[in-house]
Design a protein around this ligand. Structure first.
Ligand SMILES: [Zn+2]
Ligand SMILES: [Zn+2]
Length: 157
């Protein structure tokens, strides 16, 4: 969750990190994979694979939806991107691997990031000990966003 002061610069940093991690795990960073990563890393709306595919297709007309699915699942397996949740049968992805949480509007399905420093410092309850290894502690708050609440007001009036 970084402030988007300079998205291009921020993306270049993310790309360098990705390249390094691909080398570490021996994953070839093909042009298609790179473009899929770029689309997700620059997106702020936590797009679905279908939405990412459409956006990448504008630059790479030959890319298939199947390649997009497979690339995203490979990236997810290595922890380069994260699946936030599944909405209407479509997984929604986050390309920002820094620690942050999500606000989800159950009406318009928008997902936005928010930081929660005090939560991040909380210790896990003892009940979780012995379960295994916790890798990520990320919460999704569900509700109705301001835009949707406004529309509801209009409906009532
Ligand atoms: Zn996110
Ligand atoms: Zn909404």
């Amino acid at each position: 969750m970084a402030l988007n002061l300079d998205p291009e610069r921020e993306f270049r940093d993310k790309l360098e990190t990705l390249k390094g991690r691909c080398r570490e795990v021996g994953l070839k960073l093909t042009h298609q994979r790179l473009e899929i990563f770029r689309e997700l890393a620059l997106a702020t709306d936590h797009p679905s694979a279908e939405a990412i595919h459409k956006r990448v297709q504008a630059r790479l007309p030959t890319i298939s939806l199947d390649t997009t699915y497979r690339t995203l699942s490979t990236f997810e397996r290595y922890g380069f991107v994260a699946k936030v949740c599944v909405l209407d049968d479509r997984a929604r992805f986050c390309g920002d691997s820094s620690l942050h949480h999500h606000l989800l509007c159950t009406r318009c399905k928008s997902i936005v990031d928010f930081p929660w420093d005090t939560f991040d410092e909380v210790q896990l309850p003892p009940e979780t000990e012995g379960w295994g290894r916790v890798n990520t502690v990320r919460v999704t708050l569900e509700g109705i966003c301001t835009e949707c609440l406004k529309q509801r007001d209009h409906e009532i009036v």
